[in-house]
Design a protein around this ligand. Sequence first.
Ligand code: ARE
Ligand code: CA
Length: 481
Amino acid sequence: MRRAVVAVAAAAALALSGCSAAPDAAEAEPDVGVQLFQWPWPAIAEECENTLGPAGFDWVLTSPAQEHVVGEQWWVSYQPVSYRLESRLGTREEFADMVARCREAGVGIVADAVVNHMTGQDEPGTGWAGSTYAHTEYPGIWSSADFHACGLTPDDDIRDYDVRAQVQTCELVNLADLDTASPRVRERLGAFLADLVSLGVSGVRIDAAKHMAAEDVAAIVAPLPDDVRVISEVIRGPLEPIQPEEYLGFGDVFEFSYARDLAPQLRSGIFADPAPAAEGRAMHVPADQAVVFVDNHDTERGEAGVTGRDGDLYVLANVLLLADDFGTPVVYSGYAFDDRDAGAPTGADGRVVADPCTPGEHPDAAAGERTCTHAWAEVAGMLDFRRAVGDAPRLPGVADAAAYGFEREGRGVVGVNAGDESVELEVPTSMPAGEYCDVVLSGGRGADCPDGGAVIVADGVARLSLAPGGAVAIHVGARLP
Ligand code: ARE
Ligand code: CA
């Protein structure tokens, strides 16, 4: 409780002690989301009030809220037993309270929705909230007639992602696959989404969307109000028959190509300018429907991208993500782990727990501890950058050794150094000459500029002093007197 009060006071002080000009007309509230992986509802509400709202985050992507199978692993969240909103992450009442408090703080909730399947259990069992089930029997909800029996592989599990019918009608890792072509199934799943919307969520993530025909997903989400954001999870497999583009008719998609392009550049220190956002990027859905990220809960356990385990490189990746003009970025905030399956820390009652993050702090998380990415000064500073640059386009960048930087036309300049030598990077810019404060260091305007934070723009060039593994960003709203 005390920590919460201190954080609110700090946020208020930040808002009052402004050292630079008031926001100008070109500013735009950042469109940035944050995935709070395995964060419980009461703790998310607190983050909205203390950290996310003040920093300007637009929405939080939660983990699934459905009643799930009982187990220690994080992924029990992805094995629903019923559509009751009773889970290890909180009760229905707590979910509703979170939505209301976050909304009050200016932050929407995007709920992860598991609609492709139910459990992957072969033995009957009892879920977290007491509902009984068997693999294809969920009393009062589903019976075996509501599920696919694909008959295309020996055990009805997906074997080959090259075969569309397998991917969409067989079982993903033994998860009982709902017959989403059936009107009855569509209607019941739609009612579940409508229930979430009735509690005030501003969007839904459609888990495993690739495993449902796009027309099935379209039918399920069709009754939702137009302003509810639908984001489909369709992991791009470049050679697979099912591509994310199929799912653009009714919402946005997570674009996995973004991180796959970014990671090798950071690892090699060899950077290349992407095509301008307006022209589109190869293997990416159009920018206005792309939700982009450095990592998520699957990729940090699987794909060889940059993750929280990469130290400075991960900070640089987040800085570049947030400085870019492509897509809607989502910052990822979970917990450190040394075992892929390890669940988030729980209390004696088995419920997941999370201590609040302290705005501006960047803790070195040990296994089981929250990374608090969303509270880092570097991330808050880049949200401030994003607010200041608005829709100014990203211009072609400059590279020097393993450093790289670019301008958001006339409004901001960013640079990163992926190497182990310091670099003085000169980035051409049309920003007015003068002294600016590095918001990666300061955490955004409002605070006094820390020692070493001043950056000079003169003669049409911003001079960025980039330490090994360092990043610097300045914008027109963070000019020093
Ligand atoms: C767990 C166990 C399994 C067990 C199963 C049932 O690990 O051994 O058979 O339970 O008892 C998560 C975990 C899984 C977990 C599952 C259910 O990651 O380990 O299974 O929950 O508890 C594909 C899908 C994509 C999916 C990824 C993981 O296309 O939709 O696999 N991502 C979402 C979530 C996951 C979640 C699920 C779906 C299931 O984000 O967290 O699984 O709800 C290529 C293809 C991709 C494919 C990828 C991996 O890249 O292009 O499409 O992704 O390979 O196979
Ligand atoms: Ca399916």
